[in-house]
Ligand binder design. Structure first.
Ligand SMILES: C[S@@+](CC[C@H](N)C(=O)[O-])C[C@H]1O[C@@H](n2cnc3c(N)ncnc32)[C@H](O)[C@@H]1O
Length: 260
């Protein structure tokens, strides 16, 4: 554990405040926050940038199953599980995130339980869920070990955990240091990066832990100027011309699939 219980609570409040102010990927939206177009903007950007995601996460493979998403944000992934027939619950520390997710589900007329809740202290019974999903969340919380323990606890025996953390040895971390370009949410109260070994350690309670580095360079809509041009033309092309097997370990996202 990183801190005393009291320090942990203080840090969690800072994390809540931060995410109440900063909606993930907000800068790509052209429609006003909370409108139907806003959610479509977020979804189209997400699946353009993370085109690997539907290839490795079977959003429609959980029909009738109970899924919990920890740190669901505006619900962009959670709604896909629900559209695939899963019974979904999404929790997030941020009130803003949950308000937005509720609007998104309402626009789509899809059922889902959405609650403000700390993923380090889940108000669910042991063994309630078939699958727990946490994409881009463990690295932003105060005590990732606690969150991983809670994910384990609320899973049924044989249940699945799917998560994503940032790769300390990933290309984007190296690039950002080299070119002095800030990472997304670098100003967040917590932003941890993991090696594959550290991630295995974090999830040591689970069995059959499989870690797959993903998220290789794609053209960025966000970076302009000379750096943006060089990145989009030279770097993205050159990197993606290399055989994946050579560069696989440098994927920026460590996707993890584990079983209880
Ligand atoms: C980078 S965003 C990711 C959102 C969403 N999973 C996605 O991939 O778009 C991180 C999210 O984790 C949430 N979060 C951080 N710590 C949390 C905690 N202890 N409990 C619940 N949510 C948390 C934040 O409020 C924020 O919505």
């Amino acid at each position: 554990m990183r801190n005393s219980e009291q320090d942990n609570q203080i840090l969690l409040e800072k994390i809540r405040e931060y995410w109440n102010e900063r909606i993930h990927d907000l800068e790509v939206a052209t429609h006003p926050v909370g409108t139907e177009g806003f959610f479509e903007d977020l979804a189209s950007y997400r699946f353009e940038k993370l085109h690997y995601l539907p290839e490795v996460v079977d959003f429609s493979g959980y029909r009738g199953k109970k899924i919990l998403e920890i740190g669901c944000g505006a619900g962009i992934d959670l709604i896909r599980f629900a559209q695939g027939g899963a019974r979904v619950t999404g929790v997030d520390l941020s009130e803003t995130a949950i308000e937005l997710a509720k609007k998104y589900f309402a626009y789509k007329q899809i059922k889902g339980e959405l609650k403000v809740m700390n993923g380090e202290a889940l108000a669910f019974k042991d063994g309630e869920f078939d699958m727990v999903y946490a994409h881009g969340v463990l690295q932003y919380t105060a005590d990732a070990q606690k969150m991983a323990g809670e994910a384990f606890r609320v899973l049924k025996p044989g249940g699945r955990f799917i998560g994503m953390v940032y790769n300390r040895h990933g290309w984007l971390n190296v690039m950002s240091r080299f070119f002095k370009v800030g990472l997304e949410h670098e100003d967040a109260p917590v932003l941890d990066k993991y090696t594959i070994r550290e991630l295995r350690g974090l999830l040591s309670q689970f069995s059959k832990v499989r870690i797959v580095p993903e998220r290789f360079p794609v053209k960025s809509r966000l970076h302009g100027g000379l750096k943006g041009l060089l990145f989009n033309t030279l770097f993205v092309g050159a990197f993606n011309a290399l055989p994946r097997s050579w560069v696989r370990k440098s994927g920026w996202h460590l996707m993890v699939f584990a079983e209880k």
